[in-house]
Design a protein around this ligand. Structure first.
Ligand SMILES: [Ca+2]
Ligand SMILES: [Ca+2]
Length: 207
């Protein structure tokens, strides 16, 4: 059961809505509140209240379902139960299967949070693009990209300063793999000829 106002807001501002005199209906818009909690699908019900001057027919209640955000629904499926998905093992930054990939990144890379699968990690190469050699980062994900997470590909030349700059999506990417996935490749912002030290990374952030 979803609770108001913690789980959703109503255009009426109140959980009680009065149908104006002479009107047959009132419109209320329910907007789910995005949170970081794994809750499973929750329901919200509107019920017509009895009163003077009108009679209630059948069907006096209407219920809608409010779904979890995609990553939280994925946690319930991947960890097997709502209870497991709410435990510390399923936290965004946790690494239950010990493969070095945090759960939120497992979600972003279409990997399994309960099976070591480092093969899904991004690969880093040097490639010629437009006649210059760049550091590139490549990974695959579902197409369309999973909702609720941002993919931030960033590069730097100085790890000590830790100033990261958004990388540039390489020409021809994202590339549709034709099987429900797409490959994303980004290049560094500046060429890295020879052995110039450059660094590139993928960061996953909740929206
Ligand atoms: Ca993991
Ligand atoms: Ca894994």
């Amino acid at each position: 059961m979803a609770t108001f106002p913690a789980d959703y807001s109503l255009s009426s501002g109140s959980a009680v809505v009065t149908i104006p005199a002479g009107q047959a209906s009132a419109t209320v818009t329910l907007s789910p509140t995005t949170d970081l909690l794994v809750e499973g699908t929750e329901s919200a019900t509107f019920t017509l209240a009895p009163g003077f001057g009108y009679a209630l027919g059948s069907g006096v209640a209407g219920t809608i379902q409010i779904q979890d955000s995609p990553i939280d629904a994925w946690k319930i499926a991947a960890f097997g139960s709502l209870q497991n998905a709410q435990s510390p093992r399923a936290a965004d930054a946790a690494d239950w299967d010990g493969d070095g990939i945090a759960n939120s990144v497992e979600f972003a890379l279409d990997a399994a949070p309960t099976t070591p699968d480092t093969g899904r990690l991004p690969t880093v190469n040097r490639e010629l693009i437009g006649g210059s050699e760049y550091l590139t980062l490549t990974f695959s994900r579902k197409k369309p990209a999973p909702a609720g997470v941002n993919y931030l590909i960033e590069s730097t030349g100085d790890l000590t300063a830790a100033v990261w700059t958004p990388a540039v999506i390489a020409p021809g990417f994202p590339a549709d793999n034709g099987n429900g996935t797409e490959t994303v490749r980004a290049r560094d912002t500046v060429p890295a000829p020879g052995r110039a030290a450059r660094f590139i990374r993928l960061r996953v952030e909740r929206q």
